[in-house]
Ligand binder design. Structure first.
Ligand SMILES: [Zn+2]
Length: 393
């Protein structure tokens, strides 16, 4: 039996073919029970979704300076009399090729921003605003990544630099109602002995709560440095109970990723998207439960993939990978955490139930306490059983 809806389109009568857990009350599609997905109402022809900023989630891939608001960067640069490249403040997402020149351009811009963070007050402001922005996007747990080396000259060394970040992470957690923990990251551009020093420093503050160090990372251009030479630093970190969270599988393919996995024994991988190029490697990551910190906007900005829909998010999830979406460097890539979930929804067709699964994977991949994980997971269930609303547009 056919009927004409309010837009003049002929549709089938609504009630009988609406899949549980949806049902019609008049022309309104009502959600009942748990485990529902975004639904398209055939009667009123609107897609109904839930607010992604209200979806509880954990943010596991965010760099310190890369988290800066453009407005704050402007103020810091003015205060310190530093000139900023237009590309940092024009509000346009960076686009570079995935070669060494592209990375060099990205790194130069990142360094320009980093040079504006040159006091304890700047560092505290950065952590506080990152926490506030994350909380506003539904993040209940932020594990922010910092290499203290660059900020050390302004505050008297790497130890005070780490302590300032941790102290402010504690304060910001209380102020904004989320947990901010810290990943200390070494750089591939520096000597592996520097990485050991950082690992020993990180180990002193190991824990799982707000204002504690939860992991040890390795960042910068994957083409630089000998991965195996950083293994010693990661052993130091692991002995202290820190998670191993190196970058890998972003700029270089499976062979390099295999080396990262074999030598640094990651609990989580920064990116890891290139694992799709080797199904056996991807299967082994799935098998060992490594969480992939996938940052869709970053991948496109850095030319790893040409277009949003080229990011292999669906392939990774279909393979059973634990995927935690992250923003990486919102300052340069032009979008924060919720936008990554929006991209999963609008570009990759993830339903609300699938988006909830991504949020669950982010929480499980975090180093939060069991109690915090349980609370956030319960919040995700509540979100999914809450009423949906018509999608904008
Ligand atoms: Zn990163």
């Amino acid at each position: 039996m056919a009927a004409v809806n309010h837009r003049g389109t002929t549709v089938r009568e609504p009630a009988p073919w609406v899949e549980p857990p949806w049902r019609h009350v008049g022309h309104t599609l009502v959600h009942h029970g748990r485990g529902g997905a975004a639904g398209s109402c055939e009667w009123c022809q609107t897609v109904r979704v839930r607010d992604l900023a209200k979806l509880p989630k954990a943010h596991l891939h965010l760099h310190f300076t890369g988290s800066l608001r453009v407005s704050s960067l402007r103020e810091m640069s003015a205060e310190h009399g530093m000139r900023l490249p237009a590309a940092l403040t024009d509000g346009v997402a960076l686009r570079v090729p995935a070669d060494e020149r592209g990375w060099f351009r990205f790194q130069r811009l990142y360094d320009s921003a980093r040079h504006c963070v040159r006091s304890e007050a700047d560092m505290r402001r950065l952590v506080d605003e990152a926490a506030a922005d994350d909380a506003a996007e539904g993040s209940g747990r932020l594990e922010i990544q910092v290499d203290p080396t660059s900020y050390a000259p302004f505050v008297g060394g790497i130890t005070p630099a780490v302590e300032i970040v941790l102290d402010e992470a504690r304060a910001a957690s209380a102020a904004h109602g989320l947990e901010v923990a810290v990943v200390v990251a070494a750089s591939r551009m520096r000597h592996p002995l520097d990485a050991r020093t950082l690992a020993r420093l990180a180990a002193r503050y190991a824990g799982d709560g707000p204002g504690e160090v939860v992991g040890f990372g390795l960042s910068n251009d994957e083409r630089r440095g000998d991965t195996s030479e950083f293994a010693h630093a990661f052993r130091i970190a692991r002995r202290a109970g820190l998670a191993s969270v190196p970058h890998g599988g972003e700029l270089l393919g499976p062979a390099h990723l295999q080396e990262v996995v074999g030598t640094l024994a990651p609990d989580r991988l920064g990116h890891g998207v290139r694992s799709v190029e080797d199904p056996a490697l991807l299967a082994s990551l799935v098998e060992s439960g490594v969480t992939l910190e996938v940052c869709p906007a970053s991948n496109v900005s850095l030319g790893v993939y040409e277009r949003d829909d080229d990011v292999p998010l669906r392939t990774l999830v279909d393979a059973g990978a634990q995927v935690a979406l992250g923003a990486d460097d919102p300052l340069l890539f032009g979008s924060r955490l919720v936008q990554q979930y929006e991209t999963a929804r609008t570009v990759h067709g993830f339903t609300d139930a699938e988006l909830a699964d991504l949020a669950r994977a982010s929480v499980r991949g975090s180093r939060a306490s069991a109690a915090t994980k349980q609370r956030l997971l319960a919040g995700i269930d509540d979100w999914l059983s809450s009423p949906s609303h018509p999608a904008a547009g």
